[in-house]
Design a protein around this ligand. Structure first.
Ligand code: DX5
Ligand code: ZN
Length: 221
């Protein structure tokens, strides 16, 4: 862990919000100090749950200035990238297992002027993305299996975060290192110590009585 202070971004995951009041929920986390809004897109095929698609993004886009950080848990990916870009995504991350040509998918996302991200499942080794780092703007480590909010953090992922931090630092490029799943003030501390700079949190923000307090507790972990 380097000794310089790292600015920690907090990205609340809309999956844990009240879906009957999405516009208000987004406004509330924006006012509470969120840095990005994390949007989990699930297809009931790549993961065993269905959430929402580009229509929900475009409906929220005009009500928020937060960067929209889209986490695609869908297969295939490429066919839908344009729709999410048009709907207002700023960052689009996907699982390399979801298609035969993840390098091409990164090229596609970047060709649309969006920041491109790779998501590593708990069983996916850090070396698997080594030859795509030059096209990545975000690496996202899953600290639970994708598909559901409210799961237990997997400490087995901490050495992977540290390995990816070293790989990112070696590039000299400002690649965001995000962690997603089971993030609480306790687990946030371990994740930040391992080298993460971006915390994605659903339950820890949207199930808290006060969003600003919850976001500050994560950021200061
Ligand atoms: C899980 C999603 C996460 C999820 C995190 O597939 O990628 O973003 O919403 O939820 P919590 O923070 O409750 O673990
Ligand atoms: Zn996510």
């Amino acid at each position: 862990m380097p000794h310089r202070a790292r600015h920690i971004r907090i990205a609340p995951s809309l999956l844990a919000a009240d879906f009957g009041r999405l516009r208000d929920e987004v406004a509330a986390v924006e006012a509470a100090g969120a840095d990005w809004l994390h949007l989990d897109v699930m297809d009931g095929h790549f993961v065993p749950n269905i959430s929402f698609g580009p229509v929900v993004l475009s409906s929220l886009r005009c009500h928020s200035r937060l960067p929209f950080d889209v986490h695609l848990m869908i297969e295939p990916v490429d066919r839908y990238v344009q729709a999410f870009a048009d709907a207002g995504a700023d960052r689009i991350a996907f699982h390399p297992e979801a298609g035969p040509h993840p390098h091409r998918t990164l090229q596609l996302i970047r060709s649309l002027g969006k920041q491109a991200g790779l998501v590593l499942n708990p069983a996916t080794p850090p070396e698997s993305i080594a030859w795509m780092l030059d096209l990545a703007d975000t690496l996202l480590v899953m600290s639970v299996n994708p598909g559901f909010g409210g799961q237990q953090f997997l400490p087995s992922q901490l050495p992977k975060i540290a390995a990816l931090r070293a790989m990112i630092d070696a590039t000299g490029r400002p690649i965001a290192l995000a962690v997603d799943g089971g993030i609480t003030p306790d687990t946030a501390q371990a994740v930040i110590a391992a080298g993460a700079d971006t915390l994605i949190a659903g339950t820890a923000v949207f199930a808290a009585p006060d969003y600003a307090t919850a976001i500050a507790a994560l950021r200061n972990a």
